[in-house]
Design a protein around this ligand. Structure first.
Ligand SMILES: [Ca+2]
Ligand SMILES: [Ca+2]
Length: 221
C-alpha cells in the first residue's frame, strides 16, 4: 500500500483511510406481535432488526431477535423474497395480514441449521438443505442465512433490486402463527459490498488515475 501511495500521491490519504462497507440495518419495534398472532409471545419470535447484504455471488440475510434463537421449539424464520413478481400473498388469507409484504419465494431458516427455499413460481428451483450445508448460522439472538444468488433466480428484477421481509413463525398452521413482520408493510433491498478482489481493482484504478494526473502535471511543468 505504501508503495502504491507513493506512486499515486494525490490519492494516498484516501487509500490509507480504513474502508468500512456500510450495511444498512432496518430496525423493527420490540413487542410488536401481530394482533392476529395466537402463538407464544416469546422474545425469539420478535424481530428487532434485519439486514440483507450481497457480497460477490452470495446473499446474506441476517436477523436479530429480542431473545435467543432456538428458545421456542419448532419456530422458523421465513424470509419472503420478491425477485420481480412478488405479491402480498398473506392478504388473501384468513385473517388478512401482510399488506405491502411482497414475495414470490421464501427462504426458511431453522435454529438447527436446516431449511429450505421454496420458489412459488417455478417449483424446480426449490430445494431444502441440512445443517451440514453451512447456510444457516445461529449465535445468541441472531440467525443468519447465506445462499448463492444463483440459487434464487430472478423473476424480473436485477438481483440488487430484490425485496426482502422476515417473519418468524411459531409451530402451527396458518397465518395466525406468523408473529411479526420486519419491516412492517414493506420490503428492504440489500446493501452491496464489493469482494476483496473488487476493492483491489478499485484501488488499482485509483492508482492509474493518480499516475495519469502526476504525468499530466509533470508534462505541464
Ligand atoms: Ca418486532
Ligand atoms: Ca414488526
Amino acid at each position: 500500500m505504501t508503495n502504491l501511495c507513493a506512486l499515486t500521491g494525490l490519492f494516498c490519504a484516501a487509500l490509507l483511510a480504513p474502508i468500512a462497507p456500510v450495511v444498512e440495518q432496518t430496525s423493527d419495534p420490540a413487542g410488536d406481535f401481530l394482533p392476529t398472532y395466537v402463538g407464544p409471545q416469546a422474545d425469539d419470535l420478535d424481530v428487532l432488526s434485519i439486514d440483507a447484504v450481497i457480497h460477490g455471488s452470495k446473499l446474506t440475510l441476517s436477523a436479530t431477535l429480542a431473545g435467543a434463537v432456538g428458545t421456542t421449539a419448532g419456530a422458523v424464520y421465513v424470509w419472503g423474497i420478491d425477485r420481480g413478481q412478488g405479491t402480498a400473498l398473506f392478504v388473501g388469507g384468513t385473517p388478512s395480514i401482510g399488506a405491502g409484504v411482497l414475495f414470490d419465494s421464501v427462504l426458511v431458516l431453522r435454529a438447527d441449521g436446516t431449511g429450505l427455499f421454496n420458489d412459488f413460481l417455478n417449483a424446480a428451483n426449490s430445494f431444502s438443505f441440512g445443517a451440514s450445508s453451512g447456510i444457516v448460522s445461529v449465535s445468541g439472538n441472531s440467525i443468519v442465512g447465506t445462499v448463492a444468488l444463483a440459487s434464487i433466480p430472478s423473476t424480473g428484477f436485477a438481483t440488487i433490486d430484490y425485496g426482502y421481509n422476515l417473519w418468524p413463525r411459531a409451530p402451527g398452521a396458518g397465518a395466525t402463527f406468523v408473529s411479526d413482520f420486519a419491516p412492517d408493510a414493506s420490503t428492504i433491498k440489500a446493501s452491496v459490498i464489493p469482494e476483496p478482489a473488487s476493492w483491489a481493482l478499485m484501488i488499482a484504478g485509483f492508482g492509474i488515475v493518480g499516475g495519469a494526473l502526476r504525468n499530466r502535471k509533470a508534462a505541464a511543468a
